[in-house]
Write a protein that binds this ligand. Sequence first.
Ligand code: AKB
Length: 318
Amino acid sequence: MGIDKILITGAGGQLGTVLTKELQKKYGLDNVVASDLKMKPNFEGCFEIVDVTDLHALKKCVLKHKITQIYHLVAILSAKGEADPLRTWDINMKCLFNVLEVSRLCNVNKVFYPSSIAVFGDEIEMDNTPQSPNLTPLTVYGMSKVAGENWVNYYYKRYGLDVRSIRYPGIIGYQSMPGGGTTDYAVDIYHKAVKEEPFSCFLEASTQLPLIYMDDAIRATIELMDAPAEKIKIRTAYNLAGLSCSPEELYATIKNIYPNFEITYKPDFRQAIADSWPNTIDDSSAKNDWNWKPAFDLETMTQIMITALKKEYKTVTV
Ligand code: AKB
């Protein structure tokens, strides 16, 4: 087998920014192609501007670099997606179809497709939400992920395309900002604390949601992609758990470090979305099939986030 050549779509996003660096470490700078609609300042490595809604542009990039694996991260998320439901559906689905078709036609042998806790809706058990309940998402983003999970399963069964997927909880990291999600509050709160500004939370104090620290999210992605094919029993998407907490619990861990940090609660339309998502997730299939085990709890995550952001803001203001 030759060397793997990796393409990441949406490489400038919250997860893409960090995943690109990890994949560069794993496969070498020359074997990873990051792509997005525009390049981030100071990006190191190979970058291509690709609009994934354009099948021909994507195909050209895949052929030019002899890509063998695609991590397809482009999507409009839960909260932003509600501003224009039909456009969200069009973009999320069109991009996925283009990635699947180009992969099938151009000998790409593995694809990663991120799903989300947004696939769940108001018919689930909120605690320890099982792998396969009735999926009735409330957002267009969630609907596109349910459809996407079924399409990747279809491409696996019909064409043998090795697509693997995780239902990410809200991802929390200091290296990049999320954009347009319902779990974004849990990143913003750390930035406000370190800047010593009060925080206005768009969810109610007690709204428990599944979250995951960035390093766990990255490791889960790479472990899933590295697992032998016969271990991957679920070809829609795996439930994945990191930690679970409410805004008031997260706030309490920050207040231990910043005793004067203030929070107010002003729930908006995102409250209804959060209310339809699980409190906690049953990820026993991921644990059993490919040995998933999270490493970060809430307290550890808070320590790391605050330490890293303090450093970052100091550097920016000096
Ligand atoms: C969002 O809040 O939309 C995302 C997600 C959980 O998929 N962070």
